[in-house]
Write a protein that binds this ligand. Structure first.
Ligand code: UDP
Length: 409
């Protein structure tokens, strides 16, 4: 695919938004920026970095993306942290903290931080802040997690690192914690021009449905997500079973795993057991880089569901909204920033609620269509990658004026 340039977005967003980005870029052009996270593929963070790094480079911000390395013990520990920060209790002991510290220390040996600004994504690499004392960079912690109800022992441990950053970024105002630094609010976003989100022809969609052997003889309800307990795939199957008593439909549960998520295989096995041998449930284990397939599956769906129990933001929700789909999603985390209930989608609080809303929308296709139409406009307005680029450019200005306390995003 040809390289996507900022100018290509002018046909999707307002041209003054493109001009504004160019103006801001002139102010920070030449600065260098390093992004660090813990996985190259899988999950929303990698998804966003994949697109924002080339665009920032195009705009003159010399941006590098590095991924920390870790073994399975490390990623089990950080997955535990992830769950604990989302509010699920884990067993805490010195050993897990040691594994975390040692892996970060090992990574530090092979990294340098000579850039002007370093952005560390999420808890996994947060202890790299130890390098701050030998670097002239401004250090920013970008948290994609809902930190509003963390397990205290885990948060206190991480806080010793997080508190050392010059600034932090959260995806929703209510995720923020009391921290001794300025905090910024940036919601994630999607790229409308990538393979994941570009318009597809009918024949491209049909091709994918044939590939997975999914007939289009009845309505299709789909959840695309890593196989993760917090995405509640079993709850989705239960909701589908309630719907099935009244309306014939198909369910697609599709997802792969991320290299920093060791729980995937176990969850997938449980999902298969819960699905039994129902020929109308299609469980697809997707390899990395299945963007085209995900795009087609979302577009082939009658309804997209995201029944997460906890969610930082939920890029899959934005992706489906951009495709004009009616989305039924749990009223958790950043999903509530995206969906205006009964206007740009539907928010639910339980399996029964999800089942009720699926039935309602399957029975009322005009309402479903209107939700999808407004959903797309909401994404155009607020959740496209160009808005994140603007936010990052403003951040690059703001981090050099942190004492002035005047920069608003
Ligand atoms: N995704 C993917 N392959 C999969 C499952 C998900 O590429 O098998 C993508 C999905 O389309 C979305 C991102 O990964 O762009 C998931 O982001 P989200 O914020 O929904 O959840 P996270 O996985 O970060 O918790």
């Amino acid at each position: 695919m040809a390289t996507i340039k900022l100018a290509d977005y002018a046909k999707i967003i307002r041209s003054q938004n493109v001009d504004e980005i160019q103006l801001l870029a002139e102010k920070v052009s030449g600065l260098s920026l390093k992004m660090v996270n813990s996985t190259l593929v899988g999950g929303g963070v990698a998804e966003i970095l994949n697109r924002s790094v080339p665009l920032l480079n195009e705009l003159g911000v010399k941006t590098k993306w590095e991924v920390i390395k870790g073994d399975s013990d490390f990623f089990s520990v950080t997955k535990g942290f992830h769950n604990a920060l989302h509010g699920n209790r884990i067993e805490v002991n010195e050993k897990i903290f040691e594994i975390y510290k040692n892996t970060n220390a090992e990574n530090l040996k092979n990294m340098d931080f000579s850039e002007d600004v370093v952005v560390i994504h999420d808890p996994q690499p947060a202890a790299l802040i130890e390098a701050k004392k030998n670097s002239k960079a401004k250090w920013v912690w970008r948290c994609h997690i809902d930190l509003s109800h963390p397990q205290n022992e885990v948060w206190q441990f991480l806080k010793q690192y997080v508190s050392q950053f010059d600034a932090s970024i959260f995806s929703a105002p209510w995720f923020a914690k009391e921290l001794p630094m300025p905090q910024f609010f940036i919601t994630p976003s999607i790229d409308p021009l990538t393979e994941k989100n570009r318009d597809l022809s009918k024949s491209e969609i049909d091709k994918v449905m044939r590939k997975y052997d999914i007939p289009r003889d009845k309505p299709i309800v789909t959840q695309i997500s890593r196989f993760d307990y917090l995405k509640d795939p079993i709850g989705v199957i239960q909701a589908y079973k309630l719907v099935k008593k009244h309306i014939d439909c198909r369910l697609i549960l599709a997802g792969g795993s991320a290299t920093d998520d060791p729980e995937g295989a176990k969850v997938l096995a449980e999902v298969k057991t819960a699905a039994g041998n129902d020929p109308n449930i299609h469980i697809l284990s997707l390899p990395p880089f299945s963007d085209f397939e995900i795009n087609a599956l979302q577009r082939a769906s009658t309804i997209v569901i995201q029944k997460s129990l906890r969610e930082g933001f939920g890029l899959t929700v934005t992706e489906a909204m951009w495709k004009g789909k009616p989305v039924i999603a749990s009223a958790v985390g950043g999903i509530t920033l995206q969906i205006i209930h009964n206007f740009t989608g539907v928010l639910v609080h339980s399996i029964e609620g999800a089942a009720y809303q699926i039935r309602y929308l399957l029975n009322n296709p005009q309402i479903a269509e209107r939700l999808g139409k407004y959903a797309k406009e909401q994404v155009r307005e607020k959740f496209l990658i160009t808005r994140i680029i603007r936010n990052y450019l403003l951040l690059l200005i703001a981090v050099f004026h942190l004492d002035d306390n005047v920069v608003q995003f």
